[in-house]
Write a protein that binds this ligand. Structure first.
Ligand SMILES: *[C@@H]1O[C@H](CO)[C@@H](O)[C@H](O)[C@H]1NC(C)=O
Ligand SMILES: *[C@@H]1O[C@H](CO)[C@@H](O)[C@H](O)[C@H]1NC(C)=O
Ligand SMILES: *[C@@H]1O[C@H](CO)[C@@H](O)[C@H](O)[C@H]1NC(C)=O
Ligand SMILES: *[C@@H]1O[C@H](CO)[C@@H](O)[C@H](O)[C@H]1NC(C)=O
Ligand SMILES: *[C@@H]1O[C@H](CO)[C@@H](O)[C@H](O)[C@H]1NC(C)=O
Ligand SMILES: *[C@@H]1O[C@H](CO)[C@@H](O)[C@H](O)[C@H]1NC(C)=O
Length: 627
């Protein structure tokens, strides 16, 4: 039932059931390193090469090279100043933004290319050993009048380096997809093919025959004349071939293989709620051609859905679909095919693409529905995905999703359901996640907002170290319970053999742990003495947000009010004060845990206010005076 997602707008309405589409745990990373910049910095571009201890970020007139060594980050600042003339012209024209906002950092061949807005006259440099060099003539293949990035900091560019060339796309009024730098011929989209596109991602889809390699761009088209009650966004994918060289005379400077098709995150024949693509990521296992596209989409009121698509299916869809508004026969070879065409057939094929790059097919997600719809008051801005082998050497996709409030969701896509394992809060300030790069070789995730950069470990098993159940209920494929060592340990190539205990799909958690560990200790009872005329609030700290909590005294169940961090038993006018031992228990997947217990006794006299310490957090049992 996709229809309208039901949101827990007010915590109290959520009492009835437990939503699985919220993060199970809320975690503060233990050893995250973080670099905070001045708010004016406006970091936009981030670059990292797999295996390297460095991340390069682009700010306002600056490139920062951050080196992560031990528990320290060493920043190196490389100024990238606005050219004098550009600045003068910008100020004269009073266009604003007469700064150099670095929008793109990419490695093409052995050069690190850095491109900035340069006060409205965009320009690129080469970064060599912490210094900047001019790009030499001939390295740029940019087509007449176009630049790799835009002159305005509000219009982003996406890019992907493939072999010896850079493929990039520019958002906004003059949107285009280009092969913009490197050894191959520079070509771009024709103006009529894109209408105010805003790009969200790019990916290579390789084929066994490398000549058939396809390059995909994912973007929204924005209808600027849409009314207030109309949906202005439509998501598309655009596809070009690596072998494309443009074809004279019709498309000398343009792609001759460009195709575009609608991408939808929703069910066919049902109104779609999630129109705007925020970010896209293509996961491909090394050495394999099987690939999955993950996209995060948002609705006009700021909620999010995650969709996945098989790249193979997309590719074969594009091969079979009818062309929009095309009448008469389709030329042969089929327009848009990734082949180096022989000259006799070129002309008709290319003439056709010039007028009909759009396909009729609409691409729906796997299982024809979103993976899940997020049910918190936050939305996704970024997505990266890791391929993880669990303790039984079965591979799983683990998604890391950045949110508008600067959080990271770690999500397991498992056969039976998708689990939001945790919400990680690494940043000091609340700002949307701008960039994420996952380095599977070193096991790190690099994340940035406009003014903070952090590095997190992909495996952080000590977060679930308390006991076997906590470790297993976490459903984190990176971690398993080591019964001999009594710890939650990271799965590695070495310990595949001795099989850590895990239970990612089957709800056999209790069984798995029973043999591994004896009975759990009961929570220590805390004593509270309150005035008869007062009301007391008893807190029960929430750990898992997928568990159900209840307060019980002498087998009578008391209702609790769900707050962000606690299931609080509130005595008041509707619930008279009572004395005795109150216990709060959590139930999840057949596992029951006593979280906290209070022995309440009533007396006359002064009110006691107690600060209680339980599971590391300071909690307050608050008393309220009766009037
Ligand atoms: C959701 O968050 C926004 C801004 O962070 C806030 O203004 C709004 O009141 C929140 N809504 C709910 C239902 O919590
Ligand atoms: C790039 O650098 C590597 C190693 O330094 C070298 O082997 C390779 O030839 C270089 N490639 C080009 C195109 O310069
Ligand atoms: C960069 O620095 C390294 C080591 O300091 C040096 O070997 C190399 O020649 C330098 N490269 C350039 C282009 O200056
Ligand atoms: C884009 O084009 C529209 C209409 O042509 C214009 O009103 C708008 O100012 C342009 N936006 C930018 C950022 O140039
Ligand atoms: C944009 O919206 C207007 C107003 O609803 C509509 O007339 C027009 O056809 C739309 N344009 C596109 C390209 O969808
Ligand atoms: C895990 O499976 C992969 C692929 O099936 C295989 O290459 C690898 O050797 C396996 N690893 C172990 C430790 O069994």
């Amino acid at each position: 039932m996709m229809g309208l997602p039901h949101f827990c707008l007010f915590a109290l309405f959520c009492l009835g059931g437990v939503s699985q589409n919220v993060p199970r745990l809320k975690l503060i990373p233990k050893d995250a390193m973080i670099q905070t910049f001045n708010q004016k910095e406006r970091l936009m571009a981030m670059f990292h090469e797999a295996g390297s201890p460095q991340v390069v970020v682009g700010g306002r007139g600056t490139v920062w090279i951050l080196t992560f060594v031990g528990s320290e980050i060493t920043p190196t600042q490389v100024p990238v100043r606005v050219e004098e003339k550009a600045e003068k012209d910008c100020k004269k024209a009073a266009k604003g933004h007469c700064d150099n906002f670095i929008q793109l950092i990419e490695r093409v061949e052995n050069n690190t290319l850095v491109c900035g807005t340069n006060a409205g006259f965009p320009k690129c440099w080469i970064l060599v050993n912490s210094t900047l060099q001019k790009t030499s003539q001939g390295q740029f293949v940019t087509v007449q009048g176009d630049s790799i990035v835009s002159g305005s900091p509000s219009q982003n560019a996406v890019s992907i380096a493939i072999e010896d060339s850079l493929y990039s796309a520019l958002s906004g009024n003059k949107s285009s997809i280009q092969r913009s730098y490197g050894r191959k011929k520079g070509i771009k989209t024709r103006e009529s093919w894109l209408s105010h596109a805003e790009f969200a991602g790019a990916a290579l889809f390789p084929h066994e025959d490398r000549k058939e390699d396809e390059i995909f761009f994912f973007y929204n088209e924005v209808n600027q004349s849409a009314g207030l009650d109309e949906e202005p966004y439509k998501t598309w994918l655009g596809r070009v071939c690596k072998v494309d060289q443009g074809e004279k005379p019709v498309l000398a400077d343009s792609w001759s293989t460009f195709l575009k098709a609608r991408l939808v995150c929703g069910r066919p024949h049902e109104p779609t709620l999630f129109h705007q693509l925020q970010d896209a990521f293509v996961l491909r296992e090394a050495g394999q051609t099987k690939a999955v596209l993950y996209g995060v989409f948002s609705s006009p009121w700021g909620s999010s859905a995650v969709c996945s698509y098989s790249m193979k299916e997309i590719s074969s869809n594009l091969e079979k679909s009818k062309f929009k508004d095309a009448t008469g026969s389709i030329p042969h070879p089929r327009p848009g095919t990734c082949v180096v065409p022989d000259s006799s057939s070129v002309s008709r094929m290319v003439t056709f693409i010039k007028d009909h790059p759009e396909l009729e097919t609409v691409i729906y997600p796997d299982e024809k529905q979103p993976l899940y719809v997020l049910q918190t008051n936050d939305s996704y801005t970024q997505v990266v995905v890791d391929k993880v082998r669990d303790a039984s050497n079965v591979s799983h996709d683990v998604l890391f999703l950045g949110t508008a409030k600067g959080k990271i969701h770690k999500v397991l896509r498992s056969k039976e359901r998708t689990v939001i394992i945790a919400e990680i809060s690494p940043f000091k300030n609340e700002a949307p996640v701008r960039n994420m790069i996952l380095d599977a070789t070193t096991g790190h995730l690099y994340v940035s907002t406009e003014f903070e950069v952090t590095r997190l470990p992909l495996k952080d098993c000590s977060q679930y170290n308390e006991n076997c159940w906590r470790c297993i209920l976490a459903r984190d494929p990176y971690c398993g319970w080591d019964a001999a060592g009594k710890s939650c340990s990271a799965v590695s190539q070495e310990n595949h053999a001795n099989r850590l205990i895990q239970s990612l799909d089957a709800p056999s958690t209790t069984q798995a742990c029973k043999t591994a560990e004896g009975k759990l200790a009961q929570a220590a009872i805390k004593k509270v003495n309150v005035d008869r005329t007062a009301y007391v609030y008893l807190p029960c700290p929430l750990r898992s947000h997928h568990a159900t909590y209840s307060w019980v005294k002498d087998s009578k169940v008391y209702p609790c009010s769900m707050e962000d961090q606690s299931c609080t038993l509130r005595f008041g006018q509707d619930l008279p004060m009572d004395e005795g031992v109150f216990k709060c228990t959590a139930r999840e997947e057949g596992y029951k845990e006593e979280i906290t217990a209070f022995e309440v006794s009533l007396s006359s006299g002064r009110i006691l206010e107690l600060a209680l310490r339980a599971s590391g957090a300071v909690l307050l049992a608050i008393t309220i005076l009766l009037l």
